[in-house]
Design a protein around this ligand. Structure first.
Ligand code: CMC
Length: 396
């Protein structure tokens, strides 16, 4: 003891230097490469945001066209992937499937597995960004027993994803601009968030020199948890539970349960390790939520009304105010996705799709850092001191 600093949960330890994403939790500020998230969400699409995160600058028209063409060149997955998918039960959780599929990519693309080689990393980055929508849509189609819809490269990244999700061979999917824009915004808002649990996992995993697909699969696994990316699914499940209990009339009772520390119940979609004022992504997602519900004629959706009531009470209640607990992005993103027609169990997989670019940008940054070393935390040992083994027959 005394030799190492004890910092459970990394509350005060910076694990790296990074120039990608800046968060000021007190001001509620989020910048990707210096650009405010609000401006990116308003003026850019997801692929421009990917380019920015990967390269440090926004693309001009020519650079963007080239990047889109490169990504489009990799949207298909190896046909063998279908057999891999068939090994899963149809009711498997999409995050279980995605963890497997993403890790499995390393078995298909041998020319992009050397994380130390910049060319390998560059092509792995493009492959992962391009194939993620295809894999998520395949996981969904498999779960409902419909045929896979192959990517179409004349569509935008997000329209293509929506078509692979909702199109069928018998009926062409007609993209709805409001819904496509909402999904694109979900992607932009989730693209990176500095050293959160899954990103730190990707860095730690990648620091051993493992291949980029394996490192990103580790990120997918970490994101699954309800305290992290799984919060959007957990939040929607919570709203459905309150609805079953009796809806808006029971919100007060539910809040009392949350405030009782012995209940173990948390208000999902509330609170954040870094944002102690408000989550700027939540503000943007709230706007999108209103737009999407209006577009779908769902303004009177009971779950949305319930969410608004919960938000109202929680923002006034001393328990939440004194602990600086505000709605986070996932409080609204689940409602938006549900209105778009995305099943609840797929929410976190969509978060993973969006976060993939952030994970790769962070992995690239780490490998390119001359000071980078294999991540190897130390511990404060609190177990038994040295003692002798008693032969088994003599043990009490
Ligand atoms: N509901 C009720 N109480 C809460 C909540 C909540 N959602 N979040 C924190 N608290 C309380 C907690 O009990 C503690 O109280 P006390 O000081 O009396 O012991 C205090 O607030 C501080 O909580 P903490 O757990 O020490 O805070 P943290 O920074 O370790 O946790 C968090 C952050 C996001 C894990 C947590 O707020 C939480 O579990 N929220 C619900 C899950 C969620 O929405 N997660 C999504 C985060 S945003 C998406 C992403 O980036 O992944």
């Amino acid at each position: 003891t005394g030799k190492f600093t004890y910092d459970p949960g990394f509350l005060s330890t910076a694990s790296c230097q990074s120039a990608i994403t800046y968060i000021d939790g007190d001001k509620g500020e989020l910048l990707y490469r210096g650009y405010p998230i609000e401006q990116l969400a308003e003026n850019c699409d997801f692929l421009e945001t990917c380019y920015l995160l990967l390269n440090g600058e926004l693309p001009n028209v020519t650079e963007k066209a080239k990047f889109v063409k490169t990504v489009n060149g990799h949207t298909m997955v190896n046909e063998q992937m279908q057999f891999f998918l068939r090994g899963f039960r149809r009711d498997a959780h999409p995050m279980a499937v995605l963890t497997g599929l993403v890790g499995g990519l390393s078995a298909f693309y041998h020319d992009s597995t050397d994380v130390q080689n910049p060319e390998h990393r560059a092509i792995a980055a493009i492959r992962l960004i391009a194939k993620m929508p295809t894999l998520v849509a395949m996981a969904y189609k498999y779960s409902i027993g419909q045929p896979y819809i192959y990517p179409r490269n004349d569509l935008s990244y997000t329209s293509n994803f929506m078509r692979m999700m909702f199109g069928t061979p018998c009926e062409e999917y007609v993209p709805n601009d409001v819904l496509v824009r909402a999904m694109d915004r979900i992607f932009i808002l989730h693209a990176d968030h500095e050293q959160n649990a899954s990103t730190s996992t990707v860095r730690l995993c990648g620091s051993s020199g493992t291949n980029p697909f394996a490192a990103i699969a580790a990120g997918v696994a970490c994101l699954w948890g309800p305290a992290h990316g799984g919060a959007n699914e957990a939040c929607l499940n919570m709203l459905e539970d309150i609805q079953k209990m009796g809806g808006v009339a029971k919100v007060g009772k539910f809040i009392e349960q949350v405030k009782d520390k012995n209940s173990g119940v948390r208000l999902m979609g509330f609170g954040h390790r870094v944002y102690k004022n408000y989550d700027p992504r939540a503000k943007l997602m709230r706007e999108t939520c209103h737009e999407v519900l209006a577009e779908m004629g769902l303004q009177n959706d009971p779950l949305f009304k319930l969410a608004m009531e919960l938000e109202k009470i929680a923002l006034e209640d001393d328990y939440f105010v004194s602990r600086k607990l505000y709605p986070n992005v996932d409080f609204y993103s689940g409602i938006v996705q549900r209105a778009i027609g995305i099943p609840v169990s797929l929410f976190t997989a969509i978060f993973a799709l969006a976060r993939t670019v952030g994970w790769i940008a962070q992995l690239n940054e780490m490998i390119g850092d001359p000071e980078y070393k294999i991540g190897r935390p130390r511990q404060l040992f609190v177990g038994a001191t040295a003692r002798d083994v008693t032969p088994i027959a003599e043990r009490a």
